[in-house]
Ligand binder design. Sequence first.
Ligand code: SF4
Ligand code: SF4
Length: 323
Amino acid sequence: MSDKAKMKIGIYWAASCGGCDVVTTHINEKILDLIEVADIVFWPCAMDFKYDDLRQMADGEMDVCLFNGAIRNSDHEELAELIRKKSKVLIAFGSCACFGGIPGLSNVTTAEESIRRAYLEEPTTLNPEKVLPRLEVRAPEGDLTLPRIWDTVHTLKQVVDVDYFVPGCPPTAELTGSAVDAIISGKLPPAGSVIAGNKALCDECDKVKKNEMRMIEFKAPWETEIDPEQCLMEQGIVCSGPATRSGCGAQCTKVNMPCRGCFGPPDGVEDQGAALLGAIASVVSPPAGKSIDDVFSGLRDPLGLFYRFSLADSMLRRTKISK
Ligand code: SF4
Ligand code: SF4
């Protein structure tokens, strides 16, 4: 294939940890197939591309852009809008772009409180002068600016139209490979599709339900000797499997760790946290002498349990409004 006919691909990160960028390099020999047919024309995390390179592209010039990370500040929003304009196909890649992910948990507070916590109150922060980030700073080299952090973390589709979703924290190398195959072959699924399974994770988990499900207490994985064949919920360990999309190969439950929900809700479920809460509430059965409240008081970190990856995309979306 001549260079002229090559596809143009972009990869961009917004509010994310970098794991999604790392997994794009884990597709092994498929990367060779990809570079045979495509040029990476924008990937600021890995190569020295400037935003002006993007601004100078014609609208729709990039064939596909994989966008990872949530929308946390003015820079992310500006780039999301620009990338949308420059891309024929925009893929929300990873849980943060799809559902807000871990950054979305900051929707329980405000930008001001997050900044105060990070710069002044964190036990590991050393900041005796109490310096806080400013939007503009005058330096000898010229005026420097920082993006404005929003109070509310958004998903990519809350800001621009998205064509496909590849969930996961990060997406597995297999799913990334499937997305790359679809891009290379031009056989992309119908617009709006989630490139993953479409059932609940319990359908691909090979643990068996040995008893009638009845949770009498909640346990952390390290507080019990786990039967590797039995469903973790039956053993008192809360697992997000009933409210999570399949497609990862049940890689956490395979090693006896409960699913944390990084693939987001399956088809037909609007709110992952509410669905998981409903699934648990239907099987909690207090032992004699204990109430439902007694059992639920043993549930640690309910926000992180029910909405670890999906708060920004949930019906709640945020729980605290800035004054
Ligand atoms: S609840 Fe968790 S451990 Fe039980 S079947 Fe579903 S995914 Fe597997
Ligand atoms: S088992 Fe759950 S948390 Fe683990 S990778 Fe799969 S969807 Fe994500």
